[in-house]
Design a protein around this ligand. Structure first.
Ligand code: GAR
Length: 211
């Protein structure tokens, strides 16, 4: 079996996407090995999920650094210290400096609860409802220098239902996210996804098979 890509999962909160990745990683065919979880908050529940799964954890508190560069360097060092070759952002609500992208080129993935480029930012679901969109969804993408931006790997639409509030819509978006993100992370680990000239190419027809 080909070797799995070692990944650090970066979180800030509840970690339901981390849990989906942890659960998926039990499958022998999962393309990545979760070598650690890095959080910018010591109270993130995702840290408990990681510890319950026997995964190493590191906390890099935003408040301990003077600026974004210092914080980013600490995140990169922590991830490298865990042996990570790629970063998987799972509800990580801080913006990393370009130095992280230089250190992990085309190897930082993010999931976002909207159909990017619509509704980037920390309040995507609230903004979707306020904007009156009838369809939203999930986007998994490589991270570039901009916020919630970079080559899109996969998207899954989610219909906005009449009467939806933030919690109801988030629940359905996360159901989709918890399927899509592990699928994409696994394919990344198996070397099935590449970026050429800023566009994602799938190396096999796995996209059709699984998405
Ligand atoms: C996820 O839905 C993720 O898409 C979103 O935060 C949530 C974290 O949930 N990320 C962003 O909004 C990034 N801009 P989780 O901690 O339960 O995985």
């Amino acid at each position: 079996m080909p070797s799995k890509v070692p990944i650090a999962v970066l979180i800030s909160g509840s970690g339901t996407n981390l849990q989906a990745l942890l659960d998926a990683s039990h499958d022998p065919g999962f393309g990545c090995r979760i070598v650690g979880v890095v959080s910018d908050r010591s109270d993130a529940y995702g840290l408990t999920r990681a510890r319950n799964a026997g995964i190493d954890t590191t906390v890099v508190e935003w408040a301990d650094y003077d600026d974004r560069e210092g914080f980013t360097d600490a995140i990169v060092e922590a991830s490298l210290g865990l042996g990570a070759e790629a970063l998987v952002l799972a509800g990580f609500m801080r913006i990393l400096s370009p130095s992280a992208i230089e250190r992990f080129p085309d190897a930082i993935l993010n999931t976002h609860p909207s159909l990017l480029p619509l509704f980037p930012g920390a309040h995507a679901i609230e903004d979707t409802l306020a904007g009156g969109a009838s369809t939203t969804g999930v986007t998994v993408h490589f991270v570039d220098e901009l916020v919630d931006h970079g080559p899109i790997i996969a998207q899954e639409p989610v219909v906005v239902l009449p009467g939806d509030d933030v919690d109801a819509l988030r629940r359905r978006i996360q159901e989709a996210e918890h399927r899509l993100y592990p699928t994409v992370v696994s394919a990344f680990g198996r070397g099935e996804i590449a970026v050429r000239d800023g566009t994602v190419e799938w190396m096999t027809d796995t996209e059709e098979a699984v998405l």
